[in-house]
Design a protein around this ligand. Sequence first.
Ligand code: BES
Ligand code: MN
Ligand code: MN
Length: 462
Amino acid sequence: MEQINTYINTHKDRFINELNDLLRLPSISADPAYAEDVLATAKAVESSLIAAGCENTEICETKGYPVVYAEKMIDPNLPTVLVYGHYDVQPPDPMDLWDSPPFEPVIKPTKLHPDGAIFARGACDDKGQFFMHVKAVEFMIKNNQLPCNVKFMIEGEEEVGSDSLGDFLKKNREKLKNDIILISDTGMIANDVPSITTGLRGLSYVEVEVTGANRDLHSGIYGGAAPNPINVLAKMIATLHDENNHITIPGFYDKVEIISDEERAEMAKAPFDLEEYKKALDIGDVHGEKGYTTTERFGIRPTLDVNGIWGGYTGEGAKTVIASKAYAKISMRLVPDQDWHEITDLFTKYFESIAPKSVKVKVKPHHGGQAYVTPIDSIGYQAAAKAMETTFGKTPVPQRTGGSIPIVALFEKVLESKTILLGFGLDSDAIHSPNEHFGVWNFLKGIETIPYFYKYFTEMNA
Ligand code: BES
Ligand code: MN
Ligand code: MN
């Protein structure tokens, strides 16, 4: 297996060039204007899997964007790893905050990535990360080092909620059959502090609309007498948290998994520097639920955040107006065993109930998903930990993260498989943000680590 290092050294420029070709395709799933580019990206992903030596590749139609499937089956008696990733990306906005165009990848060093980082939308989330798997499998196939079967399923709608994937899983149970699912779409603590994500939060995403009068009003003639939906919405949002930053929606915490003091103490051992955290974000203080530490606030506690709020006049200069409507987009991050449909209902009922009679309120549910926790005593986790230990020279730390990959809970429900979240990004890689990047070192470290996972997973299964 030492050959992996030689292989990487010989081919690393090609790996980076190939990744850059993928990064040039603006596969923005949220914006229908990019539909052609999203489909072209699916084709490019398929070609990369063929070039890596995979077989039976297929661009599988769904009711949304297609799933790219590929496999290399060497022996039905050996275990099968299913690699999941997504080829779609978040919109690049706001464009003016990018130092270089989002779909023209450039490599520049940063403080945390002295060997250079690839700057482009999708560099870390998730093109750069799923592409590590394509290259790791290329190495294993071309050097007769693939110890088990592998299947790929790379989708194109993760960033908009993976709406078509539930159906796709149900229809393709047999095709997707596996012993473990392996995903690189998360991060690790630091390049010298390897970690494995053991928990993802669930999500309920809603949009609210508050309507006052039947038209926009002169803010002098009507101000103070007619309802102002923006004022009302701001106040309604403010009441969703109490003075301890607990969420006030009745029943919201009823099903939240209770974590023992022992387990909390164990989690607290993961390295975390609060001062560094504040410095990196340039904030005077952290903010969150009373009684919990920062890592608990994003790891094991549910939250509610406004993601966007609009209404009224926001153009140049001033316009004296009371808008007829105000809007907000709100996400709730959930933890085991909250049910996202139930939480969406609780939110809707409560939000409607706190509206004054002067306005009308509409709540429109968007997508959602369940939280996920991986047991660390499983073979999958042990194989991943041993793989990281081999290539980082350190035992990885298990850590729950705040982000969501809703399909992971469905994998468990529909395919009855556990997922290992072996991510190589850093929180500072600015995913979903301008200047998203992925360290070249991280990209190559991922390619180096992945073949060891296959080796140890196969050995441990024997
Ligand atoms: N890769 C992220 C999720 C992630 C990132 C998890 C870092 C943990 C650490 C994924 O692409 C993502 O952005 N998910 C969305 C959810 C989706 C339904 C839009 C999210 O978490 O907002
Ligand atoms: Mn992702
Ligand atoms: Mn994402």
